[in-house]
Write a new protein. Structure first.
Length: 209
């Protein structure tokens, strides 16, 4: 019996290690991490291919994982558009990425993306992540979820848009807007990390390699 008792912790450790190795859940980028998959071509709503590197600005890059159907995105979408359009003029590149599987929600299809981009007057790319591998590389889990990188490609802000999705007039903490303005002005980002709130990203199934 004593030998069995001694082996139990070993079995638990092995099982835990194996589970961790097989865990498909991606790890979210940490502050200071470099933006991954910068050279992967993504289809923009204008039909052209663009990479994150090409969308980058001289002062940094804002990447927002978004979609069309999510109620949280719909509440924030006008503010995201304003922040993104303003960022372009401040030297910060912007790209919105839709990693959702449209078979889950047809509203997230490419044609609907084109309509949404036009309705919102987006002056930055809104692209489709056709394999969801970009979202996996970032560890993005929600829509909307913002990642702001400095000129060196290091993450300086990650999280949500502000503290009141339902009422833009009642916002007291415009975290993303403040982060972009601070980055553009060469100042430290006042709040570097917040909790992303929204719908879960409907990742496409991985294809066999």
């Amino acid at each position: 019996m004593s030998s069995i008792r001694l082996l139990i912790p070993l079995f638990v450790a092995i099982a835990t290690s194996t589970a961790a190795a097989d865990d498909p859940t991606p790890k979210t980028l940490g502050l200071g991490d470099l933006a991954p998959m910068r050279q992967v071509s993504l289809k923009n709503v204008d039909g052209r291919q663009i990479t994150i590197a090409e969308a980058a600005g001289k002062k940094g890059t804002l990447i927002v994982f978004s979609c069309n159907h999510c109620p949280w995105v719909k509440m924030w979408q006008k503010r995201i558009a304003r922040i993104g359009n303003a960022a372009i003029g401040q030297g910060v590149g912007v790209i919105a990425i839709n990693s959702n599987d449209p078979s889950e929600f047809p509203e997230d299809g490419f044609d609907e993306m084109k309509v949404r981009a036009k309705q919102l007057g987006l002056r930055f790319p809104y692209v489709v992540d056709e394999t969801s591998e970009v979202a996996r590389a970032f560890g993005a889990a929600r829509t909307p979820e913002a990642f702001l990188f400095d000129a060196e490609g290091k993450l300086v802000y990650h999280g949500t848009i502000d503290d009141n999705a339902r009422d833009g007039r009642a916002v007291k903490q415009p975290w993303l807007k403040q982060a972009v303005e601070a980055l553009a002005a060469g100042r430290a980002v006042p709040t570097a990390e917040t909790k992303a709130l929204g719908c879960s990203i409907k990742l496409r199934e991985k294809t066999a390699s």
